[in-house]
Design a protein around this ligand. Structure first.
Ligand SMILES: [Zn+2]
Length: 240
């Protein structure tokens, strides 16, 4: 995999195993349509109760195969204390310039976990910086055309929902690649859901969003700008 190759879609997430729960079905679907997709995890989960950062990164590479990713990387920023500071913005902006994504997926700007909303804010500001000509002399300016916010962790009405019915099972396999997090283990067993529970929980959430667009499973997204429609007659999803 050449990290310098242009990506069509890049999802930026705080932790390995985030995209597998939030926008992984959409990434799989885009890859199946022929687009080059990638994931950049900002931290390696070094504050996690279970597993080591090395294990998490190895598991994330196994998950990348299920997600059909063309590229996956990790910036090894500090887990559970992610900061939106100039050093973090610069390293992320340079990575965005190298990868040249047309679409960037970020975590929604409100969330329970501070790393999630900081990753959203940091990602937006890095996308802006990435477009500045004089940011650094080794990479060319690049700004994504579209920024989508993956809103699964937030109680917010989505701007649109992607049908992932055909991709749901593959997304689940990607998540289960994180055996250190979701396997049967006595360590932290009261904190972590087992496979059956995670299946039921994620299945229920994806069914909830799928139901809103008349399909089995869906993934919700928010965008800040309006959605342009050229043909109102061909709009999907019944009103009544
Ligand atoms: Zn997370």
């Amino acid at each position: 995999m050449n990290p310098q190759s242009n990506l069509d879609v890049l999802a930026i997430a705080a932790h390995p195993d985030d995209v597998e729960q939030t926008c992984g079905g959409t990434l799989i679907r885009m890859a199946e349509m022929g687009y080059r997709t990638g994931v950049l995890d900002l931290t390696a989960g070094d504050m996690g109760t279970r597993g080591t950062p090395e294990t998490r990164v190895a598991e994330s590479e196994a998950a990348a195969q299920h997600l059909r990713l063309a590229w996956r990387g990790n910036l090894h920023m500090p887990d559970a204390r992610l900061q939106n500071d100039i050093a973090a913005r610069m390293s992320l902006a340079v990575k965005i310039r190298e990868l040249c994504p047309r679409v960037v997926v970020l975590p929604y700007w409100q969330a329970r976990h501070p790393d999630h909303y900081r990753a959203g804010e940091l990602g937006y500001e890095a996308c802006f910086l990435a477009g500045l000509k004089k940011l650094d002399e080794y990479t060319e300016p690049h700004r994504p055309q579209k920024i989508l916010y993956s809103s699964l962790y937030a109680d917010v009405k989505p701007s649109f929902i992607v049908d992932i019915s055909a991709q749901f099972e593959r997304r689940m396999q990607a998540l289960l690649s994180y055996a250190s997090q979701y396997g049967e283990s006595s360590e932290g067993a009261t904190l972590f859901p087992n496979e059956r529970e995670i299946r039921e929980r994620l299945g229920a959430i994806a069914r909830f969003y799928g139901n809103q667009i008349g399909v089995e499973y869906g993934e919700p997204f928010v965008i800040k700008e309006a959605i342009r429609v050229d043909d109102v007659v061909a709009m999907p999803v019944r009103s009544i």
